[in-house]
Design a protein around this ligand. Structure first.
Ligand code: FEO
Ligand code: CA
Ligand code: CA
Ligand code: CA
Length: 632
């Protein structure tokens, strides 16, 4: 199937973002709905075709406790956990014993950096970094780990979650944080959010603290993210269910969402919000895509319920030819689904005193949500999750559109969507319009009592994962598509035939992060663990890594290897394609650490070195010594 041979243009219109500090208006990457998403070449910044697509010498698998990049590249650490984000007048410094308080943590970079976005303030010289802080490691977060568990420790853990906004500038060839910055901001598990869309105000969203069901404290387990054409960032609440304690009696709905008697966070012991016996509806107020406006530090972030409730990895936006937003998302859990939302209205331009973000404040509250079915003949169908249509009726437990949104998983079950091998990131090819999705792994595929292999998820005991892609049958709002696989990940040296895969180039497993750069290279990042792979498989592939793929040929080349025990996640390119920001998450983590009640036993001292007492998640900024395009 020829997936890469058609150009798909979008209609540019000017988007602007107001600069609250300077009361001027700045361009967010010159243009277009499309330009923010589909590449700065539309703004004349980079020059695709002027350089070879994959031009670097690949790096070998590594077990070293450091970041390795190809010859000719430089990788530098900025923004580790615990450094102040730069809120004016409030910059508590990092202390190596992690003795900073909860209040101080709420002004510092959170733990476990995940996806990040670069939003230009001055092209490729100065911009905002917006990143997710997915979860915490209590053994590292507190000087005495999980011992002496307390309300203050819960508050500190909540403060280390969420998102951060910081400002960065390129000075004399090196990127630095700008501190203080009027944009610097943290969103935590305690920040006020409002609800938008069909579940806002619903009876299942009402709590004692919020009888109207319209405002929520905090966001949790933010994993991947996407930039919108109107200058906001969408961030997915992924494994939120694990923060709640359900106690002895767990109902069918809660069980479908993975609620357990005791969650992993131990927050419920000091914050009853996370005890579903006392506050059953609080559980419904997580699992949403949240939208933040980084350019306006005074803006209130919103949970967009029209995009469905799920263990959302993230959310990524395409634009139809007539200017409506299409938001793709998946949920990273075994046998869960891939979704897309099509907005009812067109994207509005800035004007009349409103920034583009303000002009589109309710755009994602109205539209149609679909879930994907992948058929064996290479076709696929988007099934509408519309209240009153098909089985989504009051008789089946869906009283109204709000309840369909709150029970998105159950609605998708009813429609016969295809259960996938853990959908992680999606990426939209700016040249062809093809949509790519990483399916990281699913060791339960084909095991007794669980779904068998199917055409889209073709390997039983899928420890290596794969990348699927599709082209819509028409515009992005089409209800049908054609799909195939970019690659089945694996290692040709593997003794297990089903884990060898068909990689053309460097072996890898458990693809997770997935990003097209401004020149059109597809970047893959891995989140492999010895707990999901078979004995020896993880060791042979080395530490987690980042690879580049030329989608025209399928060639894949290893670009970066991370330190011991880390995940490599998030890749944000400047519009000129000469800088990439990459996040290194949880260096030193090994299976079992997080449940270890004793003092942390960790296996990395990255990035601070041998004298460090604890490893830290951090952002790495990568440039070429000659200033050239990344990857060429
Ligand atoms: Fe947070 Fe699915 O990775
Ligand atoms: Ca991920
Ligand atoms: Ca993952
Ligand atoms: Ca991870």
């Amino acid at each position: 199937m020829a997936l890469e041979n058609s150009n798909r243009s979008t209609t540019p219109d000017l988007q602007q973002v107001s600069d609250p500090a300077r009361r001027t208006v700045l361009r967010l990457s010159a243009g277009a709905a499309a330009a923010a998403l589909y590449g700065p070449w539309l703004a004349g910044c980079a020059h695709p075709g002027a350089a070879p697509r994959l031009g670097f010498a690949p790096v070998p698998p590594s077990r070293a406790d450091t970041v390795v990049v190809p010859a000719g590249y430089v990788a530098e650490v900025i923004a580790p956990w615990g450094e102040p984000v730069g809120v004016p007048g409030a910059m508590p410094p990092w202390r190596p014993d992690a003795s900073h308080s909860a209040a101080e943590q709420a002004l510092q970079f959170g733990m476990h950096h995940d996806a990040l976005q670069y939003l230009p303030l001055d092209g490729s010289r100065r911009g905002l970094l917006v990143m997710n802080h997915e979860y915490v490691d209590d053994g590292l977060l507190h000087p005495d780990g999980r011992a002496n568990w307390s309300a203050e420790k819960v508050r500190k853990a909540q403060a280390a979650h969420g998102l951060s906004v910081s400002e960065v500038v390129l000075n004399a060839g090196a990127w630095q944080l700008v501190r203080p910055s009027p944009y610097a901001r943290r969103f935590t598990a305690d920040t006020p959010f409002v609800l938008g869309g069909p579940a806002a105000g619903h009876r299942l969203m009402q709590t004692a603290a919020d009888p109207a069901g319209r405002s929520v404290r905090g966001t949790l387990n933010n994993c991947a993210n996407g930039l919108t054409p109107w200058g906001t960032v969408l961030s997915g609440e992924e494994n939120w269910a694990g923060y709640f304690d359900g106690g002895e009696v767990i109902n069918e709905d809660q069980r479908r969402w993975g609620l357990r008697a005791r969650g992993w966070s131990r927050w419920a012991e000091h914050d009853t919000r996370f005890d579903t016996r006392q506050h059953p509806n609080e559980f419904h107020r997580f699992g949403w895509v949240v939208e933040v406006d980084p350019a306006d530090p005074t803006s209130t972030p919103v949970k967009r319920t029209a995009l469905g409730r799920a263990a959302h990895e993230g959310a990524w936006v395409a634009v139809t030819k007539d200017g409506r937003a299409v938001v793709y998302s998946g949920e990273d859990a075994a046998f869960e689904y891939i979704y897309k939302f099509v907005s009812r209205d067109r994207i509005a331009a800035a004007g009349g005193g409103l920034s583009a973000a303000q002009a589109n404040r309710t755009l994602l509250d109205h539209g149609t949500l679909y879930v994907a079915r992948f058929d064996a003949d290479g076709s696929g169908t988007w099934l509408p999750l519309v209240h009153g249509q098909g089985p989504l009726t009051p008789a089946n437990g869906f009283a109204d559109a709000g309840e369909v949104a709150i029970k998105t998983r159950q609605a998708a079950d009813r429609l016969g969507a295809t259960p996938m091998d853990r959908p992680e990131w999606l990426a939209i090819d700016p040249h062809s319009g093809s949509v790519y999705c990483t399916l990281t792994n699913n060791s339960a595929r084909g095991s007794p009592g669980r779904p068998a292999v199917d055409a889209a998820n073709p390997r039983a005991n899928n420890s290596m994962g794969h990348v699927i892609r599709w082209r819509e049958a028409g515009d992005f709002d089409a209800t049908h598509f054609r799909w195939d696989h970019l690659v089945l990940a694996g290692d040709p040296a593997n003794t297990r035939v089903e884990a060898r895969g068909n990689v053309k180039g460097d072996a890898f497993g458990s693809p997770d992060g997935l990003v097209f750069d401004p020149r059109g290279l597809l970047w893959l990042q891995t989140d492999a663990s010895s707990s999901t792979m078979h004995s020896g498989e993880y060791e042979r592939l080395g530490n987690n890594q980042m690879l580049a793929c030329d989608v025209a040929t399928g060639e894949i080349r290893r670009f970066l290897t991370g330190p011991v025990g880390c995940e490599v996640t998030g890749a944000a390119f400047t519009p000129d394609a000469r800088t990439v920001f990459v996040n290194i998450q949880h260096p030193g983590e090994t299976p079992g650490d997080l449940s270890d009640p004793a003092a942390p036993t960790r296996h990395s001292r990255w990035p601070d070195g041998a004298a460090a007492t604890r490893p830290r998640s951090a952002t790495v900024v990568i440039r070429r010594r000659d200033g050239g395009y990344i990857g060429s």
